[in-house]
Write a new protein. Structure first.
Lengths: 252, 676
């Protein structure tokens, strides 16, 4: 069943056509790749899906719901989790606290009057959920150190964990491998696949690392100059002439 | 037609006054990254020196001008750069603003130690026979006015050309963006930064000697008022464009002059809108301009080179340490309480009450700045809203005073939330400016209304009464204030450790990431704003009830700036920080300067006998204290507390080790990995 369905999404920036009539769909529990050369419009599409940008045309539905007028934070509550290309962590918090905050949002227990009645502290259930996520991602060692002191690889895992804490139906990953070395990338992919299988989460993966894409996704969309130039299984797409031209130039 | 033309020419002339300041402020922000709210004060320094030399000492125009503008002003710029802002280049724009705020508070008091501003009337400009008038298109302008127009135009054109056509202009902007990156590209950031400060200080100096002919007096208040009016033009230019700042300032002058001429002088609109026009304009530009929406200051791409800020002391302490320090705190508190209640005389009780009340008010700054990460210039205004509301309700509506205190808090919270809704779309410094515009608008318009401040006579604010207890008794009132402080302090701690506090930390850490997990950043901030305003309102109500009346000047915006500087310097993140700031604020004025410091001075040396030190010393001391903010954003007391707590912890560990009779077995020190 289709989980995310973007139909005919367009976005212009002062005369530049960043997205032109782009359609993309992700099924429940499926891993879909989104690739394309730099400047193809991947990030713009991502931001449209998340509500950070408002598309000029087209329609985006998620789980049967029209997202057009839904604010970013509400999309998260509907079940769209995300990570960032340049990692965005909460300064002054430990990885454990990152997970606790996300868990609290999911429980929807954030009211001022509850804080005043001493109900604001993390509950035992929340602590257990955070601990479980730390163990799942192998972050126990860094669990209580300040986030400023962790390495980029750990930071990416914290981002993934934070996104998973909201129990998303769809996880949007924006170049998770950027800044990681081979080994870290492989580990990250492994953990993502495990979680995805266990929780039956759909993933939309924007990635430059073709190896990682091959390893993880079942279908892929190729974006170039704001339009989808090819889509389908990984092998068929890489055999496509248009894709080869977009990536390697006309000479091939 | 002639009347209109005359109004336009007059408006342009007055706009040029704003233009000098607006262009200078834009220049300072563009080249140093500091929203130099002390720019007007820099101008005041030159203005005061010029007046001192030219009028009091009878020097000629030229030597006075050379010393005031060409020597002292750039020197001040060099000092500010070399000893202060150079070290703040990678600090957040907010910390630089706080430091500038400290200077705004301290510098005038330093000047006033030597310069008598009450006698500084009938200043003359920098051209001979400045009062000779000319008729130009139906307007009457004198030579001083023409000089201001010429200087403003020359400065604006010169600077616009500098940034457009010279390498120096581009380098100055590069150094602001990222000093390290500029150095990597082969620019000497220190030298460029010094030149930038010299340049903007020269403009400040020039403005300083020119403006007194318009204000017909030399007082720091005139300069600061004109500067805050000019901020509207600076924001009109998005803080970056010098030509736009110039145009904005001229427009402001023209609109003000047109309102002057064409509004009936006796209408309510005319009386209230005219003086407050710049603040209304500033507020409207801030909340309506799409260009400013969600604008963030540029961040230094090499900022990651700096180590992360230290964690607040509370986060790293062990259980034993908590027990030890809490026990000590409770014992000390009970001891002092016992002394004050049973042995203190009336003045001691009064000061203790003030400390409790100011602690409540300062807790509001802890909520908004320490927990919410926003800087509000309107905290005195919220306290004022609470104070006036409580006094009016009690003396005119006959409400029970305790109830009015609650109402005061609620009213301030509602107004805070209403202000926050449009203002919070703005980031960082623009939000602060919006609160400032609100505070100044309140000062200039709302406070004068008789149903607010009672007009000429202050509103009477009675003491509360509860059953048999009459809080007109000072000791009973002190007890009441302490109870309120305990309640407010508990609320602050619960909120900080609760969901709201953690959401706010998350939003401060990364707004996009917070939204990505489903936190509504706007809602979190509005809650912080409203809570903070409410606490300030309760504090204001307590304050007027202690004083017995609420007057016009009791809650001026400038007072709020001083509070902010004080709390932020000492420790903005904790309730203890707020209490310590209150102790400092009250005791410094009532004890330290009058008794303690003179006693020490008179006892350590026999030559100089001191009776009491001027109050200005406290202002200078705390204002300059803000300079430490950039090094210790967690507050200087907090920083020292971290150090001393570490010492106590070592003592505890030593005792524990001895008690356990085990060989010392230090935990392996973990080497934290660093973010690349």
């Amino acid at each position: 069943m289709t989980l995310l369905d973007a139909v005919g999404v367009s976005k212009h920036f002062a005369g530049i056509i960043a997205l032109d009539n782009v359609s993309l769909d992700v099924d429940e529990g499926e891993i879909v790749g989104l690739i394309g050369p730099n400047g193809a419009g991947k990030t713009t599409l991502f931001n449209c899906l998340l509500g950070l940008l408002k598309p000029d045309g087209g329609k985006i539905t998620f789980d049967g719901r029209n997202l057009t007028r839904v604010a970013t934070y509400r999309r998260a509550r509907l079940g769209i989790g995300r990570t960032f290309q340049r990692i965005e962590l909460f300064a002054g918090m430990t990885p454990r606290e990152h997970f606790l905050v996300a868990e609290r949002v999911r429980n929807g227990r954030g009211a001022l009057w509850k804080d005043l009645l001493y109900l604001g502290r993390p509950t035992a259930a929340e602590q257990a959920a955070a601990q479980e996520m730390l163990e799942l991602l192998g972050l126990e060692a860094a669990a209580d150190s300040p986030i400023e002191s962790v390495s980029l690889g750990v930071g990416r895992l914290v981002e993934v964990g934070r996104a998973l804490m909201i129990k998303p139906k769809l996880l949007l990953l924006d170049e998770p491998s950027s800044g990681l070395d081979r080994r870290e990338t492989a580990e990250l992919a492994q953990k993502l696949l495990t979680v995805q299988r266990e929780e039956h989460i759909a993933i939309l993966l924007v990635e430059h690392d073709i190896e990682l894409v091959r390893e993880m996704v079942s279908r892929v969309f190729v974006l170039d100059f704001g339009t989808v130039i090819a889509s389908g299984s990984v092998d068929s797409v890489f055999a496509d002439d248009a894709v080869r031209r977009a990536y390697l130039g006309d000479a091939v | 037609m002639d009347k209109l033309l005359g109004a336009l020419v007059d408006g342009v002339a007055f706009g040029c006054v704003y233009a000098l300041l607006a262009v200078g402020l834009t220049l300072a922000y563009k080249t140093s990254g500091v929203f130099n709210i002390a720019f007007g004060v820099q101008a005041f320094v030159s203005g005061a020196i010029y007046y001192q030399l030219h009028i009091y000492n009878g020097w000629g125009i030229l030597p006075s001008f050379v010393i005031a503008v060409l020597i002292v002003a750039p020197l001040l710029g060099i000092v500010l750069d070399r000893f202060l802002f150079r070290y703040l280049r990678t600090a957040s724009p907010i910390s630089r603003l706080i430091v500038a705020l400290g200077l705004l508070v301290a510098i005038p008091q330093i000047v006033l130690l030597k310069f008598d501003e009450t006698d500084a009337v009938n200043p003359t400009g920098i051209v001979p026979h400045g009062l000779v008038t000319y008729h130009i298109f139906g307007a009457v302008l004198n030579r001083d006015d023409l000089m201001i127009i010429a200087c403003a135009a020359l400065v604006a054109i010169g600077l616009a050309l500098l940034f457009r056509y010279t390498a120096l202009g581009i380098r100055m902007r590069a150094v602001v963006e990222s000093p390290r990156m500029a150095e990597l590209a082969g620019t000497d950031s220190d030298r460029i930064s010094t030149m930038a400060w010299i340049l903007s200080s020269l403009v400040a100096g020039l403005a300083g000697v020119l403006l007194p002919t318009v204000t017909s007096g030399v007082s720091d208040i005139y300069y600061t008022t004109l500067l805050t009016a000019a901020i509207a033009a600076v924001v009109f230019a998005s803080l970056t464009s010098i030509p736009l700042a110039f145009i904005g300032a001229i427009l402001l002058g023209v609109i003000q002059e047109l309102l002057n001429r064409y509004l009936p002088t006796n209408s309510l609109l005319a009386q209230e809108l005219r003086p407050s026009l710049p603040f209304v304009v500033l507020f409207l530009i801030l909340i309506l301009s799409p260009a400013l929406r969600n604008r963030r200051e540029a961040t230094d791409p090499l900022a990651g080179v700096d180590p992360p800020p230290p964690a607040p002391a509370a986060r790293v302490r062990s259980r034993e340490l908590t027990i030890t320090t809490r026990t000590l705190g409770v014992v000390a508190g009970l001891g002092i309480g016992y002394y004050v209640f049973f042995h203190g005389n009336d003045s001691v009780v009064g000061q203790a009450t003030q400390i409790a009340i100011y602690s409540v008010i300062f807790c509001s700054i802890v909520v908004i700045t320490g927990i919410g990460g926003q800087v509000s210039f309107a905290q005195a205004t919220f306290a004022g809203i609470g104070g006036f509301a409580s006094a009016q309700l009690a003396s005119n509506a006959g409400m029970s005073v305790l109830l009015t205190i609650v109402c005061a808090g609620l009213l301030a919270a509602v107004i805070g939330a209403l202000l926050a809704v449009p203002a919070l779309r703005l980031g960082g410094i623009f939000l602060t400016l919006a609160t400032y515009a609100f505070a100044l608008f309140f000062d200039n318009v709302i406070v004068s209304l008789s149903w607010v401040s009672g007009g000429i006579f202050p509103v009477v604010a009675p003491r509360p009464q509860l059953g048999m207890i009459d809080f007109a008794n000072d000791r009973a009132y002190l007890a009441l204030c302490i109870v309120v402080l305990v309640i407010v302090g508990t609320i602050v701690v619960l909120v900080r450790n609760g969901t709201t506090g953690r959401y706010l930390t998350a939003v401060q850490g990364s707004e996009t990431a917070a939204a990505a997990v489903g936190i509504n950043p706007t809602r979190a901030r509005i809650v912080a704003f409203a809570l903070s305003a409410g606490i300030a309102g309760v504090g204001g109500a307590l304050l007027v009830s202690q004083e017995g009346h609420a007057g016009k000047a009791d809650f001026a915006a400038q007072i709020g700036l001083f509070w902010l500087v004080l709390v932020v310097t000492l420790g903005p993140r904790t309730v203890e920080g707020a209490i310590q700031a209150a102790i400092g604020f009250v005791l410094f004025q009532s004890r330290v300067l009058t008794d303690w410091l003179p006693w020490i001075i008179n006892h350590v040396q026999p030559f100089l006998h001191v009776n009491a030190l001027p109050l200005a010393v406290a202002t200078i001391f705390f204002g300059l204290g803000a300079v430490t903010y950039a090094r210790h954003p967690e507050g200087i007391l907090e920083a020292n507390k971290t150090k001393s707590l570490a010492w106590v912890q070592r003592r505890i560990d030593a005792v524990k080790n001895r008690a356990e009779r085990r060989p010392e077995n230090p935990a392996p020190t973990e080497q934290p990995e660093t973010v690349p």
